[in-house]
Design a protein around this ligand. Structure first.
Ligand SMILES: Nc1ncnc2c1ncn2[C@@H]1O[C@H](COP(=O)(O)OP(=O)(O)OP(=O)(O)O)[C@@H](O)[C@H]1O
Ligand SMILES: [Mg+2]
Length: 232
């Protein structure tokens, strides 16, 4: 089945782009393509000059450069928070345990979680678990972070702390592509917002323009529904 059609999106280094659009519009599929989690039938994806869709590319090497965080945090339940964050750098990047642990602690500190380092994930709130998942992705020093509805599974009070963590990442210059239903957050954190509709990017531009003066009737209808639902 053809899901994405004629997608043309350039994300600059240090740029934050938010993907918005109705359920089923293709946001997750687009993110999964960038991490090579979906088979790509046509088109190209280039990261930092490397065509990751060309034959013979080391897919694992690509995934090492791309951090992805999903709605469901997918932490390893049988490992402490610290081990969750330090695992991939040791296994994949062959870092020493000392080195990986030190970096993991540093990341946990950055997200206000250093006191949770030795806890198991089920002892943490959803918001804390999601911040651990973000720290785990960052521990691989990715070139780009892909975030897919990372606050959708959280209670409203926990959403803010995760959004703050992402905002901090944006301020530090992390390149990010973020699928989100949080329009306030998108307009705050994104340099650019892309509106997806039925597998196409119908328009993209600075959040001020997309939210205040959408050019396409579909964008307008989508935003009207969001406003009617009290989510903007
Ligand atoms: N593995 C798959 N195989 C076939 N079709 C799929 C697959 N995954 C998603 N789709 C379809 O692709 C389209 C885009 O889905 P996608 O999950 O990317 O939407 P989304 O914008 O992320 O939606 P949501 O806001 O609900 O997360 C939908 O029509 C969906 O049914
Ligand atoms: Mg999705």
């Amino acid at each position: 089945m053809e899901v994405l059609k004629g997608i043309d999106l350039v994300v600059d280094s240090h740029e934050v782009v938010c993907l918005i659009g109705a359920s089923g519009s293709g946001k997750s599929t687009l993110l999964r393509c960038i991490d090579l989690l979906e088979p790509i039938d046509a088109g190209r994806i280039v990261i930092d000059g490397l065509d990751i869709t060309s034959r013979g590319v080391d897919q694992n090497a690509v995934r090492r450069r791309v951090g992805i965080v999903f709605q469901a945090f997918n932490l390893f339940p049988h490992m402490t928070v610290l081990r969750n964050v330090a695992l991939a750098p040791m296994r994949v990047l062959k870092r020493s345990q000392e080195n990986a642990d030190e970096r993991a602690r540093h990341l946990l500190e950055r997200f206000g979680l250093v006191d949770k380092a030795d806890e198991f994930p089920d002892r943490l709130s959803g918001g804390q678990q999601q911040r651990v998942a973000i720290a785990r992705a960052l521990a691989m020093d990715p070139d780009v972070m892909l975030l897919d509805e990372v606050t959708s599974a959280l209670d409203p009070v926990l959403v803010a702390e995760v959004l703050d963590a992402i905002r901090e990442l944006a301020d530090q210059g992390m390149t990010m592509v973020i699928a989100t239903h949080e329009m306030g957050f998108a307009s705050d954190v994104a340099r650019r917002v892309a509106f997806l509709h039925e597998g196409r990017i119908l328009e993209d531009g600075p959040p001020e323009r997309i939210f205040r003066e959408p050019a396409e009737p579909e964008t307008r209808a989508f935003l009207d529904r969001i406003i009617a639902a009290g989510r903007m």
